[in-house]
Design a protein around this ligand. Structure first.
Ligand SMILES: O=C([O-])CC(=O)C(=O)O
Ligand SMILES: [Mg+2]
Length: 550
């Protein structure tokens, strides 16, 4: 039987409309809410006090996550007002690291529908599903297939936690109205046995589809999105490395799209390294860089750094010669036959490295021979930056820059306190997940969070405010440079390499401006004056507040 109850209920059940106790008397009368709400009419301020107290009562980080997600599903204005007010405290709860646990336990904590979960067997009904999204219009989508969730691997449909968390930051940090954002999971199955055997598992209980069938499935989705919302910004997130780069290559010229793990992570890392070079005095063109991890994130960062080094005057060959990628089989060389296509540009000639080791060349061999001053970890493996590795870095360089970027915290290559201890406080450290400051010999070292969350909210704001039709490499370069320009370490060497999380809205606006200008230069957005671009960004920037409904 189709529900035919009163229509007024949706004002208190739709989180985009609900104001709870803040509905005015007039609204209560006109919308048919009399008696549904307690009589005392409250302000958003009072609601915030109650919500924060409830948040504090929750004991574990995952409980706090569940509380905040519940609030989001109940009343989005209140959720965002709370989040914006306590961003430094709450970002680790709705985003990395706690969102990792939320994805692993997504089926256990599942409560409300949010966004779309599109299962492979229903692939001929995607248009209908997009129609069901019940949002008046959609401007930003974050999609995952759940195969490489942070460093936690295949979480199947539980990966939905990631698009939800990313889009929460689109709003809290990038000012995108939540009513135009849509999280999506393409449920292509899972190869995670634990999930498949979990009686509570919410996803399609089937091993992952692969090959042509997989790419055709993604294509059905992208084509349906382009039919329904041709101007939408589509962010790909946490796809496995064998899919991420080919999907980006396939779609980047068809619609406004980017891959956050390849391009967003690359831009924030480039911005962090530009900021670090101000502190160390070693510019990127004079740097040598070692990577642990040669997946889509590592290669994405390396390619962005090649571009930056070329801009600073190196030839492309010289730039590539300064970058060493190490994965589980050792240093990538041109003698290897099983490399993925996107890795092949980033190999070292075997002739150059002959004699560095017998057999595979390890990260330690690379450090001892190439003497890098920058070390980037994107391996997804905890603990691989050992004491020997960090000490070898510090032996060759006065201020080694060490970026253990794997998320969540449980996957980090080394914790900042160890890196600083092993380098006698000389290293500059930034991490993918948040860390408290470290005190060494009386000096406080602030640890920047080198996470794509500094980039994608501003990228989204810039794209949407400028009306960009495509996302170019230049726009990511502009974002990286705008971020570096805001580095507190520019004027104070002991300060964090990146701005404080509490300043992220201002960072996003600055990035949006740089991105919008670059989009115009690249011919993918209509030309405007700087004044009009700034005004468009300010006008687009949504802040949580209640609209009068009646
Ligand atoms: O989500 C994050 O914290 C950063 C990211 O994209 C990833 O690790 O996949
Ligand atoms: Mg990601």
């Amino acid at each position: 039987m189709v529900y035919s109850g009163p229509a007024n209920l949706h004002y208190v059940t739709n989180p985009l409309l609900n104001k709870g106790t803040a509905f005015s008397l007039q609204e209560r009368e006109q919308l048919g809410l009399m008696g549904l709400l307690p009589p005392h009419i409250e302000t958003l301020e009072t609601q915030l006090d109650r919500a924060y107290a409830a948040f504090e009562r929750e004991e574990t980080p995952l409980d706090k996550h569940v509380y905040l997600r519940g609030l989001q599903d109940d009343n989005e204005v209140l959720f965002y007002a709370l989040l914006v007010r306590h961003l430094s405290e709450m970002m680790p709860i709705i985003y990395t690291p706690v969102v990792g646990d939320a994805c692993k336990q997504f089926s256990e904590i599942y409560d409300h529908p949010r966004g779309l979960i599109i299962p492979f067997p229903e692939r001929d009904r995607i248009d209908e599903m997009l129609d069901n999204a019940i949002l008046p219009s959609v401007e930003a989508i974050v999609v995952t297939d759940g195969e490489r969730i942070l460093g936690l691997g295949d979480q199947g449909a539980g990966g939905m936690g990631i698009p939800i968390g990313k889009l929460s930051l689109y709003t809290a940090a990038g000012g995108i109205n939540p009513s135009v954002t849509l999280p999506v999971v393409l449920d292509a199955g899972t190869n995670n046995q634990e999930r498949l055997e979990d009686p509570l598992y919410i996803g399609w209980r089937h091993e992952r589809i692969s090959g042509d069938e997989y790419f055709e499935f993604v294509d059905l989705f992208v084509q349906a999105v382009m039919r329904k919302w041709p101007d939408v910004l589509l962010q790909f997130e946490d796809f496995a490395q064998q899919h991420a780069a080919p999907l980006l290559a396939r779609y980047r010229d068809q619609l406004c799209t980017f891959n956050d793990d390849i391009q967003g992570t690359a831009a924030v890392t480039a911005g962090t390294l530009l900021a670090a070079s101000n502190v160390t005095g070693v510019s990127l063109k004079d740097a040598t860089i070692a990577f642990l991890g040669a997946g889509s994130a590592g290669v994405g960062i390396a390619e962005q750094l090649v571009q930056l080094m070329v801009r600073q005057g190196l030839s492309e060959t010289e730039a590539r010669g300064r970058i060493y990628l190490v994965d589980r089989n050792g240093l990538l060389t041109d003698a290897m036959t099983d490399l993925l296509p996107f890795q092949k540009q980033l190999v070292q000639p075997v002739d150059k490295v002959a004699g560095w080791a017998e057999g595979n060349i390890s990260l330690l061999d690379v450090i001892n021979n190439a003497k890098p001053n920058i070390l980037v970890g994107v391996s997804g493996q905890a603990g691989l930056f050992s004491e020997a590795i960090i000490r070898a870095m510090a032996d060759h360089t006065e201020h080694p820059v060490v970026l253990p970027l794997s998320n969540p915290t449980s996957r980090i290559e080394a914790v900042p306190a160890d890196i600083l201890r092993w380098s006698d406080g000389c290293a500059l450290v930034a991490t993918g997940s948040p860390f408290d400051p470290v005190t060494i010999a009386g000096n406080i070292h602030h640890i920047a969070q080198c996470n794509n969350s500094y980039i994608f909210p501003g990228m989204g704001l810039g794209v949407l405010a400028a009306g960009a039709r495509r996302v170019t490499d230049g726009m990511f370069m502009a974002a990286a440079e705008a971020l570096a320009a805001l580095s507190p370490a520019k004027s104070d060497r002991t300060a964090s390499l990146l701005p404080d999380v509490s300043d992220i809205c201002e960072v996003s606006k600055a990035i949006a401006f740089a991105v919008g200008q670059q989009a115009q230069l690249d011919g993918v957005a209509p030309n405007t004056t700087e004044y009009d671009l700034k005004a468009a960004i300010d006008a687009k920037f949504w802040t949580p507040h209640y609209e009068e409904i009646a």
